[in-house]
Design a protein around this ligand. Structure first.
Ligand code: GDP
Length: 195
């Protein structure tokens, strides 16, 4: 798939504010600072479509982007930021839960895990939650350029074991610096949105 256009369409907290219509959606999830904005920008070939920020936890809304006029990429707010209060965490949970359980357009989720660290308890929890809700998930090991090849392989094994991934579950190393993994993610997205 070639990306020909990418534009921001809406930010939402509540279902009432999600874009109307039937367009298929692929969501991106991961803890704050995992590299979600960088991945989104790289995948759609745009420098600043999703704000890349060094202030984790700032983006607390669900952001919808229209790609090629054909489907949405949906940036879910990052989780696991240490300095948020319990009530903010609860709001995050409610916002995500209503999106995941109520959104018929949702075809799959890319779950981003930082390849330099083992999955966090929350990574494991959200992975289980996606699976329990029957949502197709592909895991992306981010910042792959920061690791040697052998360390990256070991890290992928750790991710597989700890989430845990089943044999058929997809796991893709990705780098927003080098573009490694971009084509693979585009083909996963293409299959999910069926265009
Ligand atoms: P987000 O909070 O998940 O949206 O994370 P960002 O995309 O803002 O990235 C967090 C930090 O990691 C920024 O300093 C990025 O420049 C850096 N980063 C993100 N992806 C990569 C990558 O693939 N390689 C490298 N070397 N750094 C990355």
């Amino acid at each position: 798939m070639k990306i020909t256009s990418a534009e921001f369409v809406a930010s939402a907290v509540k279902a009432a504010n999600y874009p109307a219509g039937e367009l298929a959606e692929v969501a991106l999830a991961g803890r704050s600072n995992v590299g979600k904005s960088s991945l989104l920008n790289k995948v759609v070939n745009r420098k600043a479509l999703a704000r890349t920020s060094n202030t984790p936890g700032r983006t607390r809304l669900i952001n919808f982007f229209l790609i090629n006029g054909q489907f949405h990429l949906v940036d879910l707010p990052g989780y696991g930021y240490a300095r948020v209060s319990a009530s903010e965490r609860e709001n995050w949970g409610k916002m995500i839960e209503s999106y995941l359980t109520g959104r018929k357009n949702l075809k799959g989720i890319l779950l981003l895990i930082d390849s330099r660290h083992p999955p966090t308890a929350q990574d494991i929890q959200v992975f289980g939650w996606f699976k329990d809700n029957g949502i197709p998930v592909a895991v992306v090991a981010t910042k792959a350029d920061k690791m040697s090849r052998s360390k990256l392989l070991r890290s992928m094994q750790t991710i597989r074991k700890e989430l845990p991934l089943a044999g058929e579950d997809m796991l893709t190393p990705f780098s927003a610096e080098t573009g490694q993994g971009r084509e693979e993610l585009l083909s996963i997205i293409e299959q999910w949105v069926n265009i």
